[in-house]
Design a protein around this ligand. Structure first.
Ligand code: PGA
Length: 252
């Protein structure tokens, strides 16, 4: 059984004080983690404060990125080994903004996926798709290629734990989500790719999320789809009330 994962991605928003206020506000308002798991990925410099404030909470505090080496002379980078030691369970890898603004290639993303696993964490691997590619009908090749390259050299034992997010870049931050059918199509395609690389069994156990303008008023339709196991929400995860609503989507 795939436990739904409702994850937020704060990007470069909030301050340490605001991050702490968010954690205080959601205490006791989120579902039990064995029913619906919740996570928020936040800037590295908030993580320890959030972990401390969330000591009793069910929310998982996640990282937005990390480097692919464990340590060394890489000024300004975040060590996956240090994230794991802090108690961070998930790290987003391959978000379209990292690909676009920080030139992260499929090869870099593959190395990061390996580094996250090597250090005992789970990657939330994001795959994007531009409107141009969708219109040109290339989306299948594009998303399949991103997933396959990101998983090169990753054992089935590790791959069974991965979370993959289907995030069409035309929907991210646009206010217009993909339709439930488009989200289902993308998530299904990712699951098929995992089945082709590994096995049906493995693919059926992996959680595939949809991301791109997810809000309290569209989450229920997305979550009703059989291949959508959760969401990765940016803008609507910043506000406590809306994140609590997303997490409790079954009651909306
Ligand atoms: P959005 O961002 O919900 O603000 O569209 C999603 C994401 O970038 O992960």
């Amino acid at each position: 059984m795939r436990i739904p994962l409702i994850a937020g991605n704060w990007k470069m928003n909030k301050s340490v004080t605001e991050a702490r206020q968010f954690i205080d506000a959601v205490q006791g308002q989120l579902p039990q983690a064995d029913v619906i798991e919740t996570a928020v990925a936040a800037p590295t410099l908030f993580l320890q404060t959030m972990l401390d404030a969330n000591a009793e909470g069910t929310l998982r505090v996640a990282a937005e990125t990390c480097y692919y080496e464990d340590e060394g002379a890489y000024t300004g980078e975040t060590s996956p080994r240090a994230l794991h030691e802090m108690g961070i369970p998930y790290t987003i890898v391959g978000h379209s903004e990292r690909r676009r603004y920080f030139n992260e290639t499929d090869d870099v993303i593959n190395r990061k996926v390996q580094a996250v696993f090597r250090n005992g964490m789970t990657p939330i691997l994001c795959c994007d798709e531009t409107m141009g590619r969708r219109t040109a009908g290339e989306k299948i090749h594009w998303v399949v290629n991103q997933v396959s390259t990101a998983l090169k050299g990753v054992s089935a034992e590790d791959a069974a734990k991965i979370v993959v997010a289907y995030e069409p870049s035309w929907a991210i931050g646009s206010g217009t989500s993909a339709s439930s059918d488009q989200a289902e199509e993308g998530c299904y395609l990712i699951r098929q790719t995992l089945a082709d690389i590994y096995s049906d069994d493995l693919a059926n156990g992996v959680r595939v999320l949809y991301g791109g303008s997810v809000k309290p008023d569209n989450i229920a339709g997305l979550m009703a789809k059989s291949n959508v196991d959760g969401v990765l929400a940016g803008g609507s995860s910043l506000d406590e009330t809306s994140f609590i609503q997303l997490a409790n989507y079954q009651n909306l």
